[in-house]
Design a binder for this molecule. Structure first.
Ligand SMILES: [Fe+2]
Length: 142
């Protein structure tokens, strides 16, 4: 059984609802691994992969709406990253549908763990300062 992916506080982007989404995605990745590893029916794995795809799509849309509301200057490139990530899940689904043995549970777990964690640490943490509370006592220009 691949080690569970764990959400840790250092992954926080400082927005509770988005952290919650990321935690749900962590759980879905663990569910994909568990389902594959326990040798569940190929159909079951397809269902869980689609759950991951659907939830990630929902989350990407919500996150983009938050960024748009804040006038985030890098929104377009962030959108592109999300589209790319959704496409990667589509590829995994297509690969899996082409024959479950083509996808190895431990390799997929590692791929998806990096897929999420790298995105959070790089792209998501880049927008986090937008939502950070102002520093107390900092010069505010007035
Ligand atoms: Fe993101």
């Amino acid at each position: 059984m691949p080690p569970r992916l764990e959400w840790t506080d250092d992954l926080s982007v400082g927005v509770e609802v988005l952290d919650h989404h990321h935690q749900q995605i962590v759980e879905l990745i663990n569910r994909v691994s568990r389902t594959m590893f326990t040798g569940a029916e190929a159909d079951m794995v397809t269902v869980v992969l689609h759950d991951l795809r659907d939830y990630a799509t929902f989350h990407f849309r919500e996150e983009e709406a938050h960024l748009e509301a804040q006038g985030y200057s890098d929104l377009e490139s962030h959108r592109r990253l999300h589209r790319h990530m959704a496409g990667q899940i589509d590829e995994i689904i297509a690969m899996h549908d082409g024959g479950p043995r083509k996808v190895v549970a431990s390799e997929l777990h590692e791929f998806l763990s990096n897929w999420l964690v790298r995105h959070i640490r790089n792209a998501d943490h880049a927008y986090a300062p937008l939502f950070a509370p102002p520093v107390q006592g900092a010069y505010n220009g007035t």
